[in-house]
Write a protein that binds this ligand. Structure first.
Ligand code: ADP
Ligand code: ZN
Length: 604
């Protein structure tokens, strides 16, 4: 029998395992249970795919992502693995056919939706079949805390009761310890070996920029850095996703909206175009993305701030699963904080729930406002330490200055206090800067001692002060929607002069050093690259699969660099296993040689 490494090379065409794939695979091949926590793009799928082909019988994969099963199955068939799926999209005849091939040992891998798996009918079918393993993908769906909770996942402990001898492997990219504990308890995985890979996504560049004119900032970001790339833009409201998508279309981008209010056909169409065409931008609410495993998403942009670091990390994590440089870009400002604080305060959860939410929002705000490395803060939040600043986030690339904001903060607090804590930021800034407005006269605020004491700071600087004071919880924002600022307990020592505050010096125009241009390696012949991409596109269209299912960009790039002349050389390229060598080697070799002969002719 082949070793896991031999399978990796011959089937998938990869030279070496990544950490800790090999150990996981060996554990499961030997019949042990495993709990795998690995970041998105870390290579979780191979951890159950290889044991499934190495062990006798069929590997059963439980996944909530019905929409993706077909593409996953197609990708596996491309490398010669006998894969299928059972879910509600199949008609009875096709389902019966698949069940039959399971019983007659004719499958390597079978994807099943959790609600179907838990039916007695399915369990008895499994009882009559030869099962290699159970893989429980997206295992965090058992967690009632997370927003991906699936009630059906709670029933999955039944697998252990019904099939105690069959190894189980649970996989997730969700990092926090509480979720991990829940997975172990609910899936009865107390004895499983745990594999916790680092959560860092080193190829993602984190940037959080101050929101001034979000649309123009977004446009500049796209023009300068991602003119033809696929990406996701997240907005808070459905209306805004449509508005932004439409506006981007007018600017010449292939942008499509996606939210839960669109009818399911449109949603499916937009998702499918995103997966199958090059360079589509999806403008979406959080309804989009769960399990989108398109590997070449080059950027994730946030036009509104997510409520928690967990969401931020999960959403930004959809960029760069293929390991190539990618951007997580966000524009954020005072309005985001006010909006989220209000949403949270007016939600009708329990007090304890609200406190937890408040705490998580504060952590998110902290991430936006820090002046040190963003990645260190992110990883730290998930309980991981990274000794050195990362060098691949905005604050590392262009360090942010701080200034002593104690005096300004006190002025701001006292302006709010002396006006009865009934006014919002704009009016307080007018007051501090001694503006002569209708409202100032109406409330006789020009007679207050704080009137005009803050002329030395400009409006933008004051906005920055207020934003940071709200973000850090010195001020709370009232519920009625007028955004009046109230002083919090935390202000006391500051007003008494017992503490100081250091504030971030905002500088929204920084950017030069931060651009990630996703340029091809300089040695690559662009015309050849385009020719190979065309070749891939034609093959993908013929088989109705996304282009990356044929070959990843990385594999095409290697072809351009190595310029293989025969099948043996072609077979050594990363991502070319035996099946793809046989199926696609001749076509791509032909494309390469055609490219050189036409070039030779045109040069003569
Ligand atoms: P995850 O499910 O953890 O998000 P995937 O299993 O989709 O990640 O893997 C991400 C990408 O990395 C895929 O394109 C996969 O083919 C590739 N990959 C996984 N393991 C290896 C490896 N050992 N060598 C090279 N590429 C790998
Ligand atoms: Zn950094």
């Amino acid at each position: 029998m082949s070793t896991p490494l031999e399978f990796l090379q011959s089937v998938f065409g990869y030279a070496v395992f990544r950490e800790p794939q090999q150990e996981i695979i060996e554990t499961v091949v030997d019949g042990g249970d495993a709990l795998v926590l690995m970041p998105t793009g870390g290579g979780k799928s191979l951890c159950y795919q290889i044991p499934a082909i190495a062990r006798k019988g069929c590997g059963i994969v439980i996944s909530p992502l019905i929409a993706l099963m077909l593409d996953q199955v197609k990708a596996l068939r491309q490398v010669g693995i006998k894969a299928s799926y059972l879910n509600s999209t199949l008609d009875a005849d096709s389902a019966a056919e698949i069940e039959q091939s399971l019983i007659s040992n004719d499958l390597d891998l079978l994807y099943i939706a959790p609600e179907r798996l838990c039916q007695e009918r399915t369990l008895s079918l499994l009882g009559r079949s030869n099962i290699a393993l159970f893989a429980i993908d997206e295992a965090h769906c058992v967690s009632q805390w997370g927003h991906d909770f699936r009630a059906d996942y709670l029933q999955l402990s039944i697998l252990h009761q019904r099939f105690p001898k069959i190894p189980r492997i649970a996989l997730t990219a969700t990092a926090d310890a509480r979720t991990r504990k829940e997975i172990i308890e609910r899936l009865d995985l107390g004895h499983a070996k745990q594999f916790i890979a680092g959560f860092d996504r080193p190829n993602i560049r984190y940037r959080i920029t101050l929101k001034i004119n979000a649309k123009q900032q977004l446009l500049r970001f796209l023009q300068d850095e991602h003119p033809n790339d696929a990406g996701i833009i997240y907005c808070l409201s459905r209306k805004k996703t449509e508005e932004i998508a439409f506006w981007l279309q007018q600017q010449g981008y292939k942008a499509l909206p996606y939210h839960a209010g669109l009818n399911s056909e449109i949603r499916a169409d937009h998702q499918s175009r995103f997966l199958h065409e090059d360079g589509i931008i999806i403008v979406a609410t959080i309804a989009f993305g769960m399990g989108i495993d398109k590997p070449d998403v080059r950027f994730v942009a946030h036009l509104d701030m997510p409520k928690t670091i967990e969401s931020y990390y999960q959403e930004t994590g959809r960029a760069g699963r293929d390991g190539e440089p990618s951007d997580a870009w966000m524009a954020y400002g005072l309005q985001d904080i006010i909006k989220l604080r209000q949403m949270m305060a007016s939600s009708n959860g329990s007090e304890q729930h609200k406190r937890v939410e408040q705490h998580r929002l504060n952590a998110m705000l902290g991430l936006c406002e820090i002046t040190s490395c963003r990645r260190q803060t992110l990883l730290n939040y998930f309980g991981e330490t990274q000794e050195q600043p990362c060098g691949n986030c905005d604050t590392c690339l262009e360090p942010v200055n701080t200034w002593d904001g104690t005096k300004a903060a006190r002025m701001a607090l006292s302006a709010a206090y002396r006006t009865g804590q009934r006014f919002g930021v704009s009016h307080l800034i007018d007051l501090l800067r001694g503006a002569e407005t209708e409202k100032i006269r109406q409330f006789q605020h020009h007679q207050l001692p704080t009137y005009g004491v803050g002329r030395e700071l400009e409006i933008n600087q004051w906005r920055s002060v207020f934003r940071q004071l709200v973000a850090r919880g010195y001020f709370s924002v009232d519920l009625e929607g007028f955004g009046a600022l109230r002083l919090e307990e935390k202000c006391r020592p500051l007003l008494r002069g017992d503490t100081q505050v250091k504030l971030r010096q905002d500088n929204p125009r920084r950017k030069a050093k931060q651009q990630t241009k996703n340029v091809l390696p300089a040695e690559i012949d662009i015309a050849l690259w385009e020719a190979l991409r065309d070749c891939r596109r034609v093959l993908a269209e013929e088989q109705k699969v996304p282009p990356y299912v044929i070959f990843h960009d990385r594999t095409l790039q290697e072809m351009c660099l190595i310029l293989p002349e025969n099948l043996a050389e072609f077979g050594r390229i990363n991502g070319v296993g035996e099946r793809k060598l046989e199926k696609y080697g001749p076509v791509f070799l032909q494309a390469i040689s055609t490219h050189f002969s036409t070039r030779a002719i045109s040069e003569h």
